[in-house]
Ligand binder design. Structure first.
Ligand SMILES: [Zn+2]
Length: 344
C-alpha cells in the first residue's frame, strides 16, 4: 500500500461515505456479508458500517477470503493511475488531440472504460482535458508575445481553424473590406513609382487591404465593387510612406496594420509568412507545418497565391524545395530583388 501508515478506520469510513477517489489505492473496503472488497470510491450502495473491515490492499483482502468487486475493480487502481498518466503524456505531446480510441489502445482499456477511469481521476473527459490544456498553453504562449502562428504551433493545435474556434474572437485579423464587396467601406488608394516598378497601395481605416505591382484603380474596383474608392488624401499619406519605405528597404514592417480576410488556414499561413525573419526563406511544406497542418502543402501554396498584400505578407519568402526561386504573382525579377534586399 502507498503512503506511510495505515489510515485509521474513522478516516477510511469517512472517505468511503463521500466516495473520495483520492483514497483509491490507499486501502480497500471489505464487506464481510457479501465477501467483496472495493476501492473507497466504489459507486455501489454503501454497506453498513458494522459489516465493513478495512484492508491495506487487495492482497490482504483476498487473504481474508474476499473477492474483488467487479464494478470498481479495486486491483486496477495502480493500472488506472499509470494509464491516466500515460494518456496525459500522450495528450500533451501529440500535435492533434489523440482520439479516445487511440488513448484506450495505448492503455489497454476499452474506450468506454478508459473514459470513466480518466474522468474519475481528472474530473474531465480526455477530450475536454486536451482542449483545456491546449487553451492554457495557447494563452501562456500569447502572453509572452509570440506570434499567433507561433502560439498555435507551440500549443500543438492540429489545425489553425480549430485554434480559432477554440479561442473565439480572441485572435484574428480585423477584416472589413472583404465582406460583401466592400460595401460601406472607404478605401483610400494610390499608385506610386518605386524601384520595383509601379505599386498599388490600398487601405481601409483598419489597414492595408491590397498591395500589388503593375495594377491600377480598375483592379481595385474589380475586387471591391461596392467600396467607396478615394484616391490619395492626407490621412493616407503617412501609411503610404511607411509602406513605400518597407518595399524600398524590406524587413521591418510588422507594425503596418492589415485588412485581409481568408479562411482560418489561409490566415494562419499568412501569419506564418509574417513570422519568417527577413533574409530567410521557407518552403510550402514548412509554411503548412507552421500553420498547423503539415499535410496541407497544396493549401499553403494556394494561401500564398491568394495573398492580397504583397511584401507586407511576404509570400516572396517562399521558395521551392532545393532552393529554386519558384513563382511569384508579379514576376521573378521582383521576387529576386526583394529577397536580395532582405539578405543585406
Ligand atoms: Zn466496488
Amino acid at each position: 500500500m502507498k503512503g506511510t501508515a495505515m489510515i485509521d478506520a474513522d478516516t477510511a469510513w469517512a472517505a468511503v461515505e463521500r466516495r473520495d477517489r483520492t483514497f483509491d489505492g490507499r486501502f480497500v473496503t471489505g464487506v464481510l456479508t457479501t465477501g467483496i472488497y472495493c476501492r473507497p470510491s466504489c459507486a455501489a450502495r454503501h454497506p453498513r458500517r458494522s459489516n465493513v473491515r478495512f484492508f491495506a490492499d487487495g492482497t490482504a483482502a483476498r487473504a481474508a477470503g474476499l473477492r474483488a468487486c467487479k464494478r470498481c475493480l479495486p486491483d486496477d487502481v495502480g493500472r488506472d493511475e499509470a494509464a491516466v498518466l500515460a494518456a496525459i503524456d500522450e495528450i500533451r505531446q501529440a500535435e492533434d488531440a489523440p482520439s479516445l480510441a487511440a488513448l484506450a489502445q495505448l492503455t489497454g482499456y476499452s474506450p468506454a472504460h478508459f473514459q470513466r477511469v480518466f474522468k474519475r481521476a481528472i474530473g474531465l473527459s480526455p477530450a475536454a482535458y486536451a482542449r483545456a490544456s491546449r487553451e492554457e498553453r495557447a494563452r501562456d504562449a500569447l502572453s509572452v508575445g509570440d506570434s499567433v502562428t507561433g502560439a498555435i504551433y507551440e500549443a500543438g493545435y492540429g489545425s489553425a481553424s480549430r485554434f480559432y474556434e477554440n479561442t473565439k474572437g480572441r485572435l484574428g485579423m480585423a477584416a472589413s473590406a472583404w465582406a460583401n464587396g466592400g460595401a460601406g467601406v472607404t478605401i483610400r488608394w494610390a499608385v506610386v513609382d518605386t524601384t520595383m516598378g509601379r505599386m498599388l497601395v490600398a487601405a481601409t481605416d483598419k489597414g492595408v487591404c491590397r498591395l500589388s505591382f503593375g495594377e491600377d484603380e480598375s483592379e481595385l474596383r474589380r475586387r471591391f465593387p461596392k467600396a467607396d474608392l478615394v484616391e490619395g488624401g492626407a490621412a493616407f499619406g503617412k501609411l503610404l510612406a511607411d509602406v513605400v519605405a518597407s518595399v524600398e528597404a524590406p524587413g521591418d514592417f510588422a507594425h503596418i496594420p492589415l485588412d485581409v480576410k481568408g479562411t482560418a488556414f489561409q490566415e494562419a499561413c499568412w501569419e506564418a509568412l509574417r513570422a519568417i525573419p527577413p533574409g530567410e526563406t521557407r518552403t510550402y511544406a514548412e509554411i503548412a507545418a507552421a500553420a498547423g497542418n503539415p499535410k496541407a502543402v497544396r493549401a499553403a501554396g494556394s494561401a500564398n497565391a491568394r495573398n492580397n498584400v504583397a511584401v507586407l505578407i511576404p509570400c516572396h519568402r517562399v521558395v521551392r524545395k532545393g532552393g529554386d526561386l519558384g513563382g511569384y504573382a508579379y514576376g521573378q525579377d521582383i521576387k529576386r530583388e526583394l529577397l536580395e534586399r532582405e539578405r543585406k
